[in-house]
Design a protein around this ligand. Sequence first.
Ligand SMILES: [Zn+2]
Length: 468
Amino acid sequence: IQPPENPLQSEEWNRLRESFSSPEIFEDVMLNRMVKCNSPVDVAKSLLTHVAKSHGDIAYSLLVKYLALCVQQGKTSEILDVYDIMKIRFKILESGAYNLLIRGLSNSDQWRMALTLLEEVRKIMIPSRTNYESCIKAASRHQEMNLAFELYHEMLDKDLAPTLDVLQAFFDFSRGMKGPELQKELFGILFYLRDNQIYPHKTFMRSIKLWFESIPGGNWRGHLTNIKDSGQCPVCNHQLEDSELTEEEYNKLRERIIRDVIHGTDTFRKTSPQEFEAFQTFVENRLPFDIVIDGLNVSHMKPRQMQCENLFNAVNCLAKGNARLLVLGRKHMLINSSNWRKELMKEMQDKADFFFAENISEDDTFLLYATLRSGKHCKFVTRDFLRDHKACLSDSVTRHLFRKWQRGHQIAFYSSVEGKRINFLPALPYDCVVQTTGDTWHIPYKNIFEEKYSYQVPRKWLCIHQKW
Ligand SMILES: [Zn+2]
């Protein structure tokens, strides 16, 4: 159904309603359509007036839809009206209405009202990430940076991860502002990117650059650059942090992972103790490997290609230079099928060791164990981020070591658009992470606003240094 262009009288709404196939849901459907078509608020209002006249009151769901339309069009006084009505009728609202109210008001000159609503939400539930972000942006837009950072820390304390968008807003709205406290907070965001291995995209990077250059008396200059393979910055000649862990760090990480992640409580929920024991024996008898490959993961690389062919290509490519390979497979790969051809599997087993786990087993645990037992030089191939395991790592020092080890040892792969070639990106000798020496900052960034699961580290950098 098409919403009318102008407000209607009650009789006209009645006529429309009767001509509709399921009159009992007419108002809901009509309001949904209005939100979708961005109909004038007056038209929606005339429908609600009609509903109030014929039923005596208006259902909560209809009010929320009307509210969505008002928010969409930035009609502040209407938003406040709906809020008043809802408060009187329902006392406590649910999160959907609060999300809309906070979003709508934070964008208006009544933005402080959004803070009052956030206060109200806090009393009955944990505010959502978007609640915080709406309020943070509103506060920053009005140059109330202290308030914005207070809310930011509050959301981090509640384990709500901020979007890049809100982090970027901090840099945009702090441009040209003075104050050591403010600077410390913004450096804090850069450390947050470092600790969480987050790479800003190009426009975010630009906001960081402009903010640095705008610090009164700071003398900061930013340049875009490509770091040399050796890890040296061509702009300021600074040598980036080494990607290698020290012997001591490596041993510490290995002990921790084997204890917390592999032998930790949740391992055997995913794999049986017998199977894992068999795997350990298998690995210990064949150590050390140079590269451990998550076979199932690699086999999905090119979806149009047979799974065993993908794996075959990867094994051939990585077996060069006599590297000792371990492929973690699943038992179902041994059953001849359209995706898993026996001859190819045989040929691969001449070039690499294979361990076939039960079909239900969790590969990550096996991958981590075999790689870490093989030693510091051993790399691994998977497209997964090993995210779950990071959470198992109890303290932040170990988490940091784990991420650093992952960056230096995970071989990323991608397939070229045309042809069968698979490309592997070798691990770099320098650490691809936001870093500072005090008078320099080096920030890796991505060209585009990218997909969540990108495992490739960026090659482009922002170099910022102080000119004296
Ligand atoms: Zn530099």
